[in-house]
Design a protein around this ligand. Structure first.
Ligand SMILES: Nc1ncnc2c1ncn2[C@@H]1O[C@H](COP(=O)(O)OP(=O)(O)OP(=O)(O)O)[C@@H](O)[C@H]1O
Length: 315
């Protein structure tokens, strides 16, 4: 599913018109604008605050993302780019968090020249064009990292990304000091997918049924779950790509399914961002319109907070 934000910030064709200028190999890359605020835009404290205030119901994702980003930014000499793999049900905040991270590094977020979002089904829809996509993608990454070492690349719908394209980006994710004269070690790659989302949900449901608190779910509880749903799942996209075998993913970040109370929090946040006074009656009405599963218990929103914005329009 493509959100408004993504569609609004993406070129209509695969790459913008000036892309062809990047086809010249280094050192002849044209000078793209240089971001002087790179890495200094906000402190880790600001990221922490953003995650605490804006991201609802995701205590594990909050913890892992903060740890990963803080560690990476404090490391003056990283040995490889930072690679995060975000997993979870639809509408639970994977794109939302990627945007928070991107904004933290580059204040303009998705609008920055140094943040790049690829959506598999939008940008790489035709299997027969894989060779072309591979070439363009590699040149795009190379060109942009040579312009800004701390470029951020977000790949949405990773589970739908053709294996050939994962192979194309693999060299950039590795521990090489340089590839063709360029170091990729300060770049950040974020992969988003629904793979493992059903298993994460089942785990959350088991906790709920056992009367345990959601916040008591720990990363170690989810490791075997992710291992089954992602690491050893031939359909997850990552499995047969060699990314996992070669330890090229630094952090797996699980997103839990969102409950009624989280949906209400999303409604309030949306009202606030539109400058409305919070009206609890409307908050309840919007949340009540969402559908919840499993059939019997009705605990988790089946679209997370995804349709909150449009539903609010009706009220
Ligand atoms: N955990 C959350 N906390 C706060 N807001 C959220 C959360 N999850 C979703 N939202 C809101 O819902 C919108 C849609 O969520 P988002 O696009 O991040 O979902 P997603 O997990 O990427 O879904 P998909 O897998 O379908 O792409 C976000 O822009 C945000 O406004």
């Amino acid at each position: 599913m493509i959100t408004k934000i993504r569609a609004a910030n993406l070129p209509s064709s695969l790459f913008p018109p000036w892309f062809s200028s990047l086809l010249v190999p280094p050192p002849f890359f044209p000078a793209l604008p240089v971001d002087t605020s790179v890495g200094l835009s906000k402190s880790s404290q600001a990221l922490k605050l953003d995650l605490e205030e804006k991201l609802f119901g995701q205590h594990l994702a909050r913890e892992v993302i903060l740890k990963a980003l803080t560690g990476f930014r404090n490391n003056k000499n990283p040995k490889k780019p930072l690679t995060l793999s975000l997993h979870g049900w639809a509408g639970t905040g994977k794109n939302f968090v990627s945007q928070i991270v991107a904004k933290n590094l580059h204040p303009e977020g998705l609008k920055s020249n140094f943040v790049h979002l690829f959506v598999s089904t939008l940008h790489f829809p035709h299997e027969q064009k894989i060779k072309l996509y591979q070439e363009q993608l590699q040149k795009w990454i190379r060109g942009n990292v040579s312009s800004c070492a701390r470029s951020v690349f977000i790949f949405d719908e990773m589970d739908k990304l053709h294996r050939g394209l994962i192979d194309a980006i693999k060299p950039f994710l590795d521990y090489y000091e340089q590839v063709d004269g360029i170091s990729y070690r300060k770049a950040i790659f974020i992969f988003l997918s629904n793979a493992g989302g059903d298993l994460i949900t089942r785990m959350a449901l088991d906790f709920w049924k056992a009367g345990k608190k959601r916040e008591d779910i720990q990363l170690k509880d989810l490791e075997p779950v992710l291992s089954l749903g992602v690491f050893n799942n031939k359909n997850s996209g990552l499995w047969h790509s060699g990314l996992i075998d070669r330890s090229l993913i630094d952090y797996f970040v699980p997103f839990l399914p969102l409950e009624y109370k989280h949906v209400k929090m999303c409604v309030r946040a949306e009202m606030k961002s539109r400058g409305f006074t919070i009206d609890e009656e409307i908050v309840k009405r919007v949340a009540d319109e969402m559908t919840f599963f499993p059939k019997e218990e009705k605990i988790y929103s089946d679209k997370g907070c995804k349709t909150v914005q449009t539903r609010l329009d009706f009220h």
